[in-house]
Design a protein around this ligand. Structure first.
Ligand SMILES: NC(=O)c1ccc[n+]([C@@H]2O[C@H](COP(=O)([O-])OP(=O)(O)OC[C@H]3O[C@@H](n4cnc5c(N)ncnc54)[C@H](OP(=O)(O)O)[C@@H]3O)[C@@H](O)[C@H]2O)c1
Length: 513
């Protein structure tokens, strides 16, 4: 496609992108995987797009023995790997603003050294003392780091002209009790307005597009309720297994890793009421209200509404792969779930009686994340002998990854003298329309935090209500039973199909627009 065919903004199109002000970014755990693969590429892209000002520096903090120069060499290498086409002057400019401080997360003296270094860098880069602290360490260190920052006098009050913001990676706790304890530790020294809890799914363009699609178009919202929607399916599927994350995954499992955060946040975007405005707390209020309306399940209902699975040996793309229990480092009798499916109901005026089917799994046939809104069938067929049940319902699919886009299926008459019906899709992909895929979610998250916009971050009550919903499921699974097995390369155990079959429905083939 040539550039002339690509989407060009037209007069009246709304487009707003804030440019961050001066600040210093301190990353704890700067020697880790997240920093190399996600944060550095995102920061570099923001800088290249002119969204981070020249008055900016990055200070890496970790135990690994680097000096500024050796850290910069790593940064250069990471940028070369992610952005091979990058302009060398732009890389040099970015790398020159990167620094490193070796330190122990638990040692008070190292935070005093951090304070000294920040004073020097703030003056050199004219950042006016604005600091963003990114917690990219394993989660057990989050509370410790924030406490130490406070003791070192590095956390300003919200009314101070020099702001302090803290970005907290997931996972945020492992159940309601631990999440609440971590939250208390953070909120002892930080105001809620200074805490940015990350769920990077919220920052994906297609997830945000759910709100724009619903609230900037008049045609869909009148249909967005129990009168017109039969059910909703949300799928987040991965074909990979647990890769390098065995230790973490054996402790966590998929309900904690994907369901409590990403799937529920997507559900909220699909089902929440229109916020009064697009301000952070107005949007977050509606998300929380939606979570509060999810029906609580009795212990008997848990088994009927939640299915857990674990992959056994199978094939992905024609290649044999091991079962979960055969992976190195996994206990041979591990009961960790690598698949979760659920049927949830939202007890409010809009959605009462509409099932929301959610599933997520590892070693499924392909990597795909999508939301499918399945509309009701026509009430009566005028096309005898076809019955209304034989006329396919309209399905609106919001594709989150890998090909971000939207598709609406319609019934039409196929050409010719006979009355034959065919299903066609009206669709678009971001790549076709805009010429590229949307930027990585970490760009959005980092920029929003620098701008002080908390809309796409998880608020404390949001986190509490999702954990309170799922902690009984975790407890029931810890106490009894085994996950249902499914061969790698299939769409999960048959019990997940049963969830829908007993309602007279079936999973869509995810990823087929
Ligand atoms: N990687 C991802 O794609 C990803 C995705 C979503 C969320 N996250 C979250 O982001 C955070 C960072 O992830 P990551 O994959 O970069 O983690 P990581 O590589 O395991 O750890 C980051 C750094 O923390 C330090 N560290 C590791 N284990 C430690 C320990 N037991 N005690 C003290 N320090 C330790 C190490 O630095 P030093 O030894 O040099 O101090 C390490 O380089 C985690 O909370 C993770 O859950 C990561």
């Amino acid at each position: 496609m040539d550039d002339a065919q690509l989407y060009q903004p037209v007069r009246g199109d709304f487009c707003e992108e804030g440019i961050a002000g001066p600040c210093g970014l301190v990353i704890f755990g700067a020697s880790g995987d997240l920093v190399s693969r996600k944060l550095l590429p995102a920061l570099f892209a923001l800088r290249a797009r002119g969204l981070i000002p020249p008055d900016f520096y990055l200070l890496g903090f970790a135990r690994s023995p680097f000096a500024d120069e050796s850290f910069r060499a790593n940064v250069r290498e990471d940028l070369r790997a992610c952005c091979p086409q990058a302009d060398s002057a732009a890389v040099a400019d970015f790398v020159a603003a990167c620094y490193y401080l070796q330190g122990d997360y638990a040692r008070t003296a190292d935070y005093a050294a951090l304070r000294g270094r920040l004073t020097e860098l703030d003056s050199r880069h004219r950042t006016r003392g604005h600091h963003l602290f990114y917690l990219a360490t394993p989660p057990h260190l989050f509370g410790q780091v924030v406490r130490s920052l406070h003791q070192a006098g590095l956390i300003t009050s919200p009314s101070d002209p020099a702001w302090t913001r803290v970005l907290v990676e997931k996972p945020f706790g492992r159940d309601l009790a631990s999440a609440t304890a971590l939250d208390q530790a953070l909120r002892q020294v930080l105001d809620e307005s200074q805490i940015y809890r990350i769920d990077h799914y919220l920052a994906k363009d297609t997830v945000q597009n759910l709100l724009v699609f619903r609230f900037a178009n008049a045609v869909f919202e009148p249909l967005w309720n129990r009168r017109f929607i039969d059910h909703v399916q949300i799928t987040v599927a991965e074909s990979i297994g647990i890769e390098e994350r065995v230790g973490y995954f054996e402790q966590a499992g998929l309900l904690r890793d994907m369901f409590q955060n990403h799937l529920l946040q997507v559900l909220a975007m699909v089902a929440m009421e229109p916020p009064l405005s697009f301000e952070a707390d107005k949007v977050r209020d509606e998300r929380v209200r939606l979570f509060q309306a999810i029906r609580r399940l009795s212990p008997e209902d848990l088994d009927r509404c939640f299915v857990r699975g674990q992959y056994t040996a199978g094939e992905i793309d024609g290649r044999p792969v091991l079962g979960y229990r055969q992976e190195a480092g996994v206990a041979p009798d591990s009961r960790r779930e690598t698949f979760v499916a659920a049927r949830l109901f939202i007890d409010n005026w809009r959605w009462y009686g509409v099932p929301f089917y959610l599933r997520t799994g590892k070693r499924l046939p392909r990597r795909v994340s999508e939301v499918a809104i399945v509309f009701r069938q026509v009430p009566y067929s005028v096309f005898a002998p076809l019955t209304s049940a034989e006329l396919r319902p309209n399905v609106l699919v919001m594709n989150v990854q890998p090909e971000e886009g939207v598709s609406l299926s319609l019934q039409i008459k196929s050409p010719g003298p006979h009355l034959c019906l065919a299903t066609v899709n009206m669709d678009f992909t971001y790549r076709e329309v805009f010429g590229h895929q949307p930027p990585d979610a970490y760009q959005r998250l980092l920029l929003d935090c620098m701008l002080g916009d908390q809309t796409l971050f998880v608020r404390h009550d949001d986190m509490e209500v999702t954990w309170s919903l799922l902690t009984p499921v975790l407890e029931a699974w810890e106490a009894r039973g085994e996950p249902f097995p499914y061969p790698a390369g299939t769409w999960g155990p048959p019990e997940a199909d049963r969830l829908l079959a007993e309602d007279g429905r079936a999973w869509r083939l995810a990823g087929s627009l």
